[in-house]
Design a protein around this ligand. Structure first.
Ligand code: HEM
Length: 392
């Protein structure tokens, strides 16, 4: 038994989360009906299941603080800064993520995707995460942030490490990546460029509010935290195509359905996501009194199956509209990478359906996931038929 003062880790919440999506949905909906707010005294922790309550917590950072929300163990993490520091920091980087700016890079992203699909076009085989998703993110992030990444597999290892820390399936071990970013910061000090790190360094010199340590951690957060979930999202899409060839053919016939398919994958396949907050002061939520200092875990994944907002929530429906899922969070901490996820996701799927007429699991190499977490796909080998190949 853990003492009340110890910090709960995410895996302590997993036992009730079945590996089967159907059973998860049933559990979420049962909690929404019978116990929409549940207190776990052993961890001094509230769990929140209904859409309305989840949304209330996310939209009220004055009451529900983001500090302590993660297990990253980093001295500073961008998404953990409270207001007003958060507003100050987000303001600096938000420019790079404006939807228009991201959309204007679509031609570059398309050629990156095409070059990564080229070997699969020749061989008819691909390991999705290692040959498409992470290399794509390495190029995109390297390009956007001016990061120089050396060493095969290093980028993926950092991304896995940082996201693993964030969701509590890996112990903090980030000295290597902090050193590398610090090294790059020192290079920018000697030789400024026009990338994000240099812009932040210039701001630091203006009024000294932006300490170097913060710049390093902020860039590190931006450059690593989103890669694993975006790669997973693409892997979920590709695994779905293998399981449901008709879905793939539908998107081939009508690629304008791709954005809706991405939203539904975000709603449905991230059914293991939750977000952490700490109550700043005593407050009342859903008729329950929450005390200052108590942890509040909002199950945004459960909210995504709340029938009040998603009729026939158990149905995977790429034409669902509206689809107000909470997989990116909500309110002032909403995912900054959201426009990038939507644009890159769309481009990858558009190029995939345009290039290959068929996609299947590679029977010789079964999909692998993390032992501690089945949803965290580690490898996904597929066999692909080029669009212009003769059908056998
Ligand atoms: C499918 C992919 C992704 C998912 C599901 C996702 C999900 C989320 C969620 C739920 C939050 C809010 C956390 C909270 O409220 O506690 C968040 C925040 C954030 N995400 Fe993402 N994310 C994704 C990809 C990305 C990418 C690609 C990037 C950057 C390149 C990124 C950068 C960020 C940043 C910087 C924050 C903190 C925002 C802030 O505190 O103001 N994310 N993300």
């Amino acid at each position: 038994m853990t003492s009340t003062s110890s910090k709960p880790t995410r895996d302590l919440l997993f036992p009730e989360l079945s590996d089967s999506i159907e059973e998860r949905i049933a559990w979420f909906q049962q909690m929404q009906k019978n116990e929409p707010l549940r207190f776990r005294p052993e961890y001094n922790l509230w769990e929140v299941f209904r859409y309305e309550d989840v949304s209330h917590v996310l939209k009220n950072p004055d009451t529900f603080s983001v500090t302590n929300k993660t297990h990253m163990g980093l001295p500073f993490s961008f998404g953990r800064a409270d207001i007003p520091e958060h507003r100050f920091l987000r303001g600096f980087v938000a420019r790079s993520f404006v939807p228009g700016n991201i959309e204007s890079r679509a031609p570059e992203f398309t050629s990156m995707v095409d070059s990564l699909l080229a070997p699969a076009l020749a061989s008819g085989r691909m390991e999705t995460l290692g040959e498409l998703c992470f290399p794509l993110m390495e190029r995109v992030i390297g390009d956007m942030f001016g990061l120089r990444i050396t060493g095969a597999g290093r980028f993926r290892e950092w991304s896995d490490q940082m996201f693993g820390q964030l969701i509590g399936v890996r112990s903090p071990d980030h000295a290597d990546v902090v050193d590398l970013f610090t090294e790059q910061l020192n290079e920018r000090k000697r030789k400024p460029s026009d990338d994000l790190m240099s812009v932040l360094l210039a701001e630091r010199s203006k009024d000294g509010r932006l300490a170097e340590e913060k710049i390093v951690h902020m860039c590190l957060d931006l450059a690593t935290a989103g890669n694993a979930p975006l790669s997973l999202m693409l892997a979920y899409a590709i695994a779905r195509f293998c399981l449901d060839p008709e879905l793939y053919q539908t998107l081939r016939r009508d690629p304008s359905l791709i954005p809706g398919a991405i939203e539904e994958i975000l709603r449905y396949d991230f059914s293991w996501f939750n977000l952490w907050r700490t109550a700043r002061n005593d407050t009342v939520l859903g008729g329950h009194e929450i005390k200052a200092g108590q942890y509040v875990v909002v199950w945004d994944s459960a909210a995504n199956f709340d029938e009040t907002y998603f009729p026939h929530a158990e149905r995977f429906d790429i034409r669902r509209s509206p689809n107000p899922h909470l997989t990116f969070g909500q309110g002032m901490y909403i995912c900054l990478g959201l426009p990038l996820v939507r644009v890159l996701g769309r481009i990858v799927l558009e190029r995939l359906v345009a290039t290959f007429s068929d996609i299947r699991f590679d029977a010789e190499k079964p999909m692998r996931s993390l032992d501690q977490m089945k949803d965290y796909i580690v490898s996904l080998d597929v066999v692909l038929t080029p669009s212009n190949a003769a059908v056998s």
